[in-house]
Design a binder for this molecule. Structure first.
Ligand SMILES: O=C(O)CCC(=O)C(=O)O
Length: 271
């Protein structure tokens, strides 16, 4: 991929809040990843510590399959985590504005989602907690393992809302929603400040997407990788893979251990 092309994607994300890159992986790869996701879902879903009695369409997982923390399940996910095209784009948008445009970012959220028939869709929301922030703090990279269309609960986006300093008001009719239509193997990249949400799932097909949140280094992760990455996996990771998971961004225990928030080495998981 040429630098010119990378900057075309960067410019689109900065201007509209999102971009779709078609055919980044093959149908065969999509199938392989979907088989893994179905396997994990079956194995783990009954044990999830989901919040009880919640009324939010985001936390309610009763009509969707969801899988978390793929890094601790199979090394094959790292091929997506460190995809070269994606990283070249993130290297620009997630470093911009930091000291010498060079401070690191890492994967702070790794999950996959497949809404089920009858799911009415999510509320329109942001994933960065602070709407309309000057710089892109978190970027979502959504790998589509199934076609996205109006029947199967594709994602809604509202272009340019990453610049609006307020949350979407779901009690009102939100204008200019765009439904993402793209083939399996494509990637949707968006500023997590962009108003977005899964749409109604009308058919019975699967709609798996891997949703990766890459965040600036000072934003905390969704889960504690130090406690949830088996040593057996950790020991097989390259330096690049360890830094993608932020093992060099772990705060020190105290001032006698280290006095810098980032380290020049990788902290080792506990088990
Ligand atoms: O699955 C989708 O289409 C979007 C998911 C999403 O925005 C979320 O779970 O926060």
């Amino acid at each position: 991929m040429t630098n010119k092309k990378i900057y075309t994607y960067v410019n689109k994300i900065e201007k509209y809040g999102y971009v779709v890159i078609n055919n980044l992986i093959s149908k065969k790869e999509c199938k392989k990843y979907k088989i893994l996701l179905e396997k994990y879902y079956k194995k783990y879903n009954k044990k999830y510590a989901l919040p009880k009695n919640n009324k939010s369409s985001l936390a309610d997982k009763s009509l969707e399959k969801v899988v978390f923390n793929l890094h601790n399940k199979d090394l094959s996910w790292f091929k997506l985590f460190e995809n070269k095209t994606i990283i070249k784009i993130l290297d620009v948008i997630l470093k911009k504005g930091s000291y010498k445009n060079s401070e690191p970012y890492y994967l702070n959220n790794i999950s996959a989602r497949s809404p089920l028939k009858g799911n009415k869709g999510q509320q329109i929301h942001v994933d960065s907690n602070l709407p309309g922030v000057n710089y892109n703090l978190v970027t979502n990279v959504q790998w589509l393992f199934d076609d996205f269309n109006k029947e199967n609960g594709s994602t809604y986006l509202v272009a340019k809302t990453h610049k609006i300093k307020k949350f979407a008001d779901n009690k009102k009719n939100i204008k200019n929603k765009i439904l993402v239509k793209a083939k399996q193997g494509s990637v949707l990249i968006y500023n997590a400040n962009l108003w977005h949400g899964g749409s109604e799932k009308k058919n019975d097909n699967s709609r798996w997407a891997l949703i990766l949140g890459y965040a600036r280094w000072f934003i905390k992760p969704s889960f504690d990788y130090l406690q949830n990455t088996p040593l057996k996996i950790f020991n097989q990771l390259s330096k690049n893979q360890k830094s993608i998971l932020g093992f060099n961004l772990i705060p020190p225990k105290d001032e006698f251990t280290r006095t810098t928030r980032r380290s020049t080495f990788f902290e080792k998981p506990k088990f």
